[in-house]
Design a binder for this molecule. Structure first.
Ligand code: ATP
Ligand code: MG
Length: 376
């Protein structure tokens, strides 16, 4: 089972500690000596010994699925004084396409979207993983810890292969969850705010951390790596306008940087159903429920309330409400985005500073890995 936690270290969050898939915390003293707090128990605002790693592929700008799926949690964890690492997975772009198109622009835009959402580069290390050689070297020992059969069973990899533009599946596509484990573990992150599609990958990272410990414990029996936990939001899988997972590569996304008119046009085109009665029924009416949830998240209300208010108003009224809610909610984010977008040099500087910090940490971790493996 995948360990997940909803809004950890946040005693005020409505669903804290109630995740359906949360076995005994894997973050114990055996894996992280000296930890100050357990997920779900620390006082907000108290500096705690957690470390967060999360990130995005530079395949396009971020969308509202990212915002409610992970960005909001990033900002919330940052506000609790937790050390943040945001990886730009630039090598991951070429898992499902031949060439990384407009890589520099997309990379800078990821910085832009993260900063516009509220990440603070003084408190968050934002870096591209291609700039951190020692992180990438962890891939080699990590690959030895998983079987080919295990990699082949990963449902997210299967889904991404189905949407890939490549005729054949590359070795990189097949192994990128292991590379992602290196992204997470190089800085010994124990919390990973992600969308639902990432849970199988988190499981790979947890397996690798555990097996690495079994094979290569420190002399005193402690582990080199913690077993990271996913942090899911209330919207771990926001659907796009076509009813599938909203993705920046699938032409179905409402981007954070979209204009208000574009947002209205995209939401007008969103898939719904023929029932005029608006209800929040994710199992039977996923597209309508998704729009209701989106309005609810923007308004800070429950989806049931939003649906009840719309009653028999039909899809057109629902879409008007969603459009107004999204545009109003995103107005300050978009204003910050526009202001920050003017200074590309600043965005590149954030990446350079982040790479410097990430390299220092990755070098230290790789040295530790070499030592426990007995390299000379
Ligand atoms: P791509 O189509 O290029 O894979 P993407 O939209 O899937 O892009 P990623 O960069 O792969 O975005 O994912 C970044 C993070 O955002 C991950 O944690 C992922 O789980 C989360 N995420 C992506 N799409 C959604 C979504 N529709 N709902 C909730 N979270 C999402
Ligand atoms: Mg993706």
């Amino acid at each position: 089972m995948t360990a997940t936690t909803t809004a950890p270290v946040q005693t005020t969050a409505p669903s804290a500690g109630t995740s359906s898939a949360s076995p005994a915390s894997p973050i114990g003293p055996d894996t992280q000596p000296g930890k100050a707090a357990k997920a779900g128990k620390a006082d907000p605002g108290t500096p705690v010994a957690h470390r967060v790693l999360t990130g995005d592929r530079p395949t396009g700008p971020l969308h509202i699925g990212h915002y409610f799926g992970t960005l909001q949690n990033r900002v919330r964890l940052q506000a609790q004084g937790i050390e943040m690492f945001i990886v730009v997975g630039d090598y991951q772009v070429i898992t499902d396409r031949d060439i990384a198109d407009r890589l520099a622009e997309h990379t800078e835009n990821l910085v832009l979207d993260n900063l516009a959402a509220g990440l603070d580069p003084d408190r968050a290390t934002i870096f591209a993983h291609s700039r951190v050689p020692a992180l990438n070297q962890l891939l080699l020992p990590f690959l030895s810890l998983v079987s080919v059969a295990e990699l082949g069973r990963n449902p997210t990899v299967k889904d991404e292969i189905a949407h890939s533009s490549q005729a054949a599946v590359s070795g990189l596509m097949f192994t990128y969850p292991v590379h992602q484990a290196a992204d997470i573990l190089f800085c010994k992150a124990d919390l990973v705010p992600v969308g639902q599609d990432q849970l199988p990958h988190l499981e790979v990272a947890r397996t690798i951390a555990r097996r690495f410990h079994e094979r290569y414990p420190h002399a005193d029996g402690t582990a080199v790596f913690p077993r990271p936990e996913a942090v899911l939001s209330e919207a771990p899988l926001l659907l796009g306008t076509d009813g599938g997972k909203m993705s920046k590569s699938r032409g179905n996304a409402v981007y954070l940087g979209a204009s208000e008119d574009e947002t209205a046009r995209l939401i007008r085109g969103a898939k719904t159903d023929t029932d005029r009665h608006i209800a929040y029924d994710p199992a039977n009416r996923p597209e309508v429920a998704n729009l209701v949830l989106l309005a609810a998240l923007c308004q800070g209300r429950s989806p049931e309330d939003v649906a009840a208010e719309l009653g028999d108003g039909g899809a057109a009224a629902l879409k008007r409400t969603v459009t107004e809610s999204v545009n109003e909610f995103l107005r300050p984010v978009r204003a910050r985005r526009t202001a920050l977008a003017a200074d590309r040099g600043y965005l590149r500087q954030v990446l350079r500073d982040g790479a410097e910090r990430a390299n220092a940490i990755a070098d230290a971790t790789l040295a530790e890995v070499r030592e426990v493996m007995g390299s000379v």
